[in-house]
Design a protein around this ligand. Structure first.
Ligand SMILES: NC(=O)c1ccc[n+]([C@@H]2O[C@H](COP(=O)([O-])OP(=O)(O)OC[C@H]3O[C@@H](n4cnc5c(N)ncnc54)[C@H](OP(=O)(O)O)[C@@H]3O)[C@@H](O)[C@H]2O)c1
Length: 385
């Protein structure tokens, strides 16, 4: 389904002038801080969920001068959280908390959704569906969901999974789209250039995902175990946007907080291309770095923190050249995947396709400027030469 307005600035302006369907009269702490005339020029975005992904989305969007970030949702709240977020973002809460915190918040979640042009849903896995049914659908708001939401079945939130390297243009004007998870986004970034260059020469892809147990910011315990996954969703998710890939995925969760690592085994019908040809292919890829001397995922994460990258994110995948091997018909690629950071620029690209209907090249330029991805790539490649 397509969104109800054509997102030219003129239409956005007409849209902004339409009456608020909620019509609430409650007086809260503040209104969004940008002036009315500025708001008229910008797409209004609300971040629904402020966990590991939501906080990154909010901090990135707050620096984007063509987006008006309405604010963020908080479902768990206390005085300390309010104090920490004070002067950062306007806070919107569920209705049952609105009265208690009315002097510190900007409104309810329903009011924020109603006032937005697009919602970035960053809810705890699986809660995006109820948000869609409760808010986005009745208020006819386009929304981007995250990779933990369902693509198929009764609780499906969208008919498409986005990967900016593969199907960016198809998201243009869509009402609901899932941004692929970090593992799925990483696989797309590596598989698509291989498919474009070698197509039918490739017989199959076997990918082993070595997944981190928790994120750096998580308080949950990291269990000393290697867990397998009976039915990794990643295989079907990637096939959603690369349907013809002969792809097989296994996933193992390991006791680490420092990124995911993928080993992708690519079997060719005859002799595999040389290492140099493979490396050449990825040299100019956006958000793909080629590193040579990292010894593990923690080296890359700690370097990102040392170099002052925001949230310690690299926002990319890193092909480890020192363990890239070619043996007869087989190519083995090992790459680490910035679990929390990779999907944030992907969301930014996706929103440019959905509501601004930009061509990919232009969207990539804007995203690169906001996240400094090419600079970070150069720095990392120099550090791990
Ligand atoms: N973490 C990653 O590396 C990663 C990478 C790619 C994709 N993802 C996907 O991104 C999504 C979010 O993951 P996350 O790691 O950010 O989770 P998280 O850190 O557990 O945060 C989830 C947030 O959801 C909020 N929440 C609770 N109920 C909600 C509702 N009904 N609507 C909106 N938000 C609600 C919670 O808010 P309160 O704190 O206020 O209770 C919590 O902060 C998931 O689909 C996940 O699969 C995660």
């Amino acid at each position: 389904m397509c969104i109800s307005f054509s997102p030219t600035y003129k239409n956005l302006i007409e849209y902004f002038d339409s009456p608020n369907p909620i019509g609430s009269t409650t007086v809260y702490k503040s209104k969004p801080s940008v002036s009315y005339s500025m708001v008229k020029q910008m797409a209004k975005v609300f971040v629904n969920g402020y966990g590991n992904i939501g906080r990154r989305l909010a901090s990135a969007l707050s620096k984007d001068n063509e987006i008006s970030l309405l604010g963020i949702a908080k479902y768990t709240i206390d005085e300390q959280i309010l104090e920490d977020l004070k002067n950062k973002f306007d806070i919107y809460v569920p209705e049952n908390l609105a009265l208690k915190y009315k002097s510190s918040i900007a409104g309810t979640i329903e009011e924020a959704v109603s006032a937005s042009d697009l919602v970035l849903d960053a809810a705890k896995e699986g809660k995006g569906y109820s948000n869609k049914i409760r808010f986005y659908q009745p208020l006819r708001k386009p929304a981007i969901f995250q990779g933990g939401e369902e693509r198929h079945g009764d609780r499906a939130v969208a008919k498409m999974i986005h990967n900016s390297r593969v199907n960016f243009d198809e998201a243009s004007g869509k009402q609901y789209v899932i941004q692929g998870s970090c593992n799925v986004s990483g696989m797309g970034k590596v598989m698509q250039p291989l498919m474009e260059s070698f197509g039918d020469e490739i017989q199959r892809y076997d990918v082993t995902l070595v997944r981190r147990w928790a994120d750096l910011e998580d308080s949950k315990e990291v269990k000393d175990s290697i867990q397998w996954d009976k039915n990794p969703h990643h295989q079907e998710d990637v096939k959603d946007f690369i349907p013809h890939a002969n792809l097989y995925v296994e996933a193992f969760k390991v006791p680490s907080r420092m990124m995911h690592l993928h080993q992708m085994i690519v079997r060719f019908r005859s002799k595999a291309p040389t290492r140099d040809r493979i490396l050449d292919l990825f040299t100019k890829e956006f958000a793909v770095a080629i590193l040579n001397s990292a010894k593990g995922t923690a080296d890359v994460r700690m370097k990102a923190i040392e170099l002052g990258f925001e949230h310690g994110d690299t926002n990319m995948v890193h092909i480890h050249q020192d363990v890239l091997r070619v043996q007869e018909e087989t190519l083995k690629i090992v790459y680490s995947d910035d679990q929390t950071g990779l999907v944030i620029p992907e969301n930014h690209l996706l929103l440019q396709s959905m509501i601004l209907r930009r061509p990919r090249s232009e969207a990539v330029k804007r995203t690169d400027k906001l996240f400094r991805i090419s600079d970070k790539k150069r720095l990392l490649e120099r550090e791990f030469a």
